[in-house]
Design a protein around this ligand. Structure first.
Ligand code: IPE
Ligand code: IPE
Ligand code: MG
Length: 246
């Protein structure tokens, strides 16, 4: 099926978020160590970014490392961080060629210093690009983010800069790491798991969720296109009735 031709350009999601899951199980199925699965997932990242840019999506946010992922064996965490550094270094040229800007959300300062340095460098070197923004969620979790926002707002109230009565959705939004992006209309998770695992908890309030059986390393452009075409068939009601939308 040529999913790309099925996509209605007038109804594109502006922001697609992805929980890239299943690297370990993919590797196991191939008789390889988990780390091999992570390495193989890089191709899927490339394909997703390019497919999204080709159809005209403005933001793609990829969940690459959660605050809970530190609880994995040290060997795997180290391998993921090393992979991050080498991938960032290797992809800058392709990102620039494709006019894609890199961004990152999460507790970035608490990443290993080498990763943080490589990340800020890649962000700096791609900041002029305008076609699409690729956001990596690193050392990220929704609860971490919301807790941070609460702390910042509390401090501002205490300092007398804002009044308690001024706290609303918009103000909370402004204190999230995603304050400069629209909420994702579509959230995809690969690997057959149906959970959100602490990803963008606030922002996905009205996202269409799509759970795909494939493991992340097998995800290709056509899967992204199919996901967008499937999203476009959904009726987004935002609390209203179906009749009201017509
Ligand atoms: C996703 O794949 C990558 C990260 C969470 C970093 P997993 O490593 O979670 O693979 P599974 O879910 O164990 O198969
Ligand atoms: C979610 O995957 C985090 C990332 C994809 C980075 P996990 O594999 O860590 O999620 P759980 O533990 O299965 O919920
Ligand atoms: Mg997993």
């Amino acid at each position: 099926m040529d999913w790309k031709s099925q996509i209605d350009k007038s109804k594109l999601p502006k922001h697609v978020a992805v929980i890239m899951d299943g690297n370990g199980r993919w590797a196991k199925e191939h008789g390889m160590p988990r780390v091999f699965g992570h390495r193989s997932g890089v191709k899927a990242v490339r394909e997703t970014a390019e497919a999204a840019a080709e159809i005209g999506v403005e933001y793609v946010t990829l969940y690459a490392f959660s605050t809970e992922n530190w609880n994995r064996p040290k060997f795997e965490v180290d391998a993921l961080m090393t992979l991050l550094v080498s991938t960032l270094r290797g992809e800058i040229r392709t990102l620039n060629k494709n006019n894609i800007r890199l961004e990152a959300i999460g507790d970035l300062k608490n990443l290993p210093s080498k990763c943080y340095k490589e990340l800020t460098e890649a962000i700096e070197k791609t900041k002029q690009n305008t076609r699409m923004t690729l956001v990596l969620a690193l050392n990220y979790s929704g609860r971490w983010e919301i807790t941070n926002a609460v702390k910042q707002i509390a401090a501002e109230v205490k300092a007398g800069n804002i009044d308690e009565a001024e706290i609303n959705n918009e103000l909370v939004n402004k204190h999230l790491t995603t304050s400069n992006m629209p909420d994702p209309e579509l959230l995809i998770r690969t690997s057959g798991e149906s959970r959100v695992s602490n990803f963008l908890l606030w922002q996905i309030a009205y996202s269409e969720l799509l759970f795909i059986d494939k493991y992340w390393p097998d995800f290709r452009k056509s899967d992204l296109n199919e996901a967008v075409a499937t999203y476009q068939k959904r009726e987004r009601r935002f609390g209203k009735t179906s009749d009201q939308l017509k």
